[in-house]
Ligand binder design. Sequence first.
Ligand SMILES: [Zn+2]
Length: 403
Amino acid sequence: MTLPLTMRAPGAAGVSRAGDLFQLLRDGEPRTRAELAAVTGLARSTVAARVDMLLASALISAVGEANSSGGRPPSRFAFNPAARIVIAVDIGASHGVIALVDLGCTIRDSARAELDVAAGPEAILDWVTATARKLLTANDREISEVAGIGIGLPGPVEHLSGLPSNPPIMPGWDGFDVPGYVQRVFTVPVLVDNDVNIMALGEQATEWPDDDNLLFVKVATGIGAGIIGGGQLQRGAVGAAGDLGHVRVPHADHVICRCGNTGCLEAIVGGPAIAASLREQGLEATSVRDVVALARAGNVVALAAVRQAGRDIGTVLATCVNLLNPSVIVIGGGMAEAGEHLLAGIREIVYSRSLPLSTAQLRIVQSRAMDRAGVLGAAMMVILHVLSVTQIDNLLVPQKGIS
Ligand SMILES: [Zn+2]
């Protein structure tokens, strides 16, 4: 294991670096004080003081004793994921999911409702805070145990401020202070991002932890991508990275997109576009759900449309593969439930159009987290923030007196 320089230097002590020691324990493996001293090079007395602070915060707990060669066996300590709870929120165009998630990114409880994001931010966020309170009560958790709240929204978000930015399907949300509104009820960190970014985070953290270069593509009413590069979510300069839906597809110049341009990917393979083409061929379909139902029932017209959609998406993804060299492309969103025909169309084009070196190890797969990806990612966004070295040190500051 390569340690940060600050941890390799004995004597770079001071209780302010308890956050560093905590990072070692986040893998869940129990260790004794002596083992922690050996790994960090810190004095045993320093390690003991920091362990006491982390125990007092409940972020670590004693988990039995190590074998002893004589005398009292030493205690072992490990990360305690139940120490705090994260409220994870995934708002879609027509639904909302709220989950209580522990610090190990395990969902403890959740609630789901059909709702219309166009009802505006106050109505939706009032539902969020009221439902979160009910879930906390039902699970015997106090508001003081909430580490933070993560929210995914179905539109562009300026991540640093948490403000939605001209979201096309969210009237009334443009520039609305989402964190400020939620913090009137919960005085904790509130982080906001668009739904595709959090789905990428959730999928990678829980299903592909060893793949540091992952592209998550949501195919539903709209099309978008979340990019994990070098183990980090890549949001771009202003949070607009990954907007594949409005990349131009060569054969579709005659199709006008809702963005005002012509030939956009979303305008030919978004759920409503596929449904419209199926209607032209005499089938009843108005939504992503209808298209998926027809495909799963084996309707050959729908299967052909889904496979062609896969090819069109593959055309754009082939460029992404050459540009980003991901090791895995995960296809999620409602249309992914159409199954292998969508993936087959994507693979057909990506493997034939991307460079051999880029595709040698590349896997193109269906989402494993599926409809849990959003809340898992919203939780992971908060966990990455509140368990960072700096935040742990801030959390422990009031308890410095213990040592
Ligand atoms: Zn467009």
